[in-house]
Design a protein around this ligand. Sequence first.
Ligand code: SF4
Length: 75
Amino acid sequence: MPLKTLHYTNGETTIVWKPDVCIHSGICAKGLGEVFDPRRRPWIDMSQSDTQRIIGQVKKCPSGALSIAENDTDK
Ligand code: SF4
């Protein structure tokens, strides 16, 4: 059974994470470890940085596992 897609929001923007697509490259954790910490639950904490930095990091995800929810892409 495929793993469930998860959503994380800070009220301004929403990250979509697809665990089945993630290749565990660690690029998100290396680039913005305050927000993306695989050892923490929940592993994404949007309160740890600002929206622009979070969006910038999401765009660097090589697999497409991380994305910004469609309604928020204009921010
Ligand atoms: S950058 Fe993308 S593929 Fe790499 S660990 Fe993070 S979510 Fe997974």
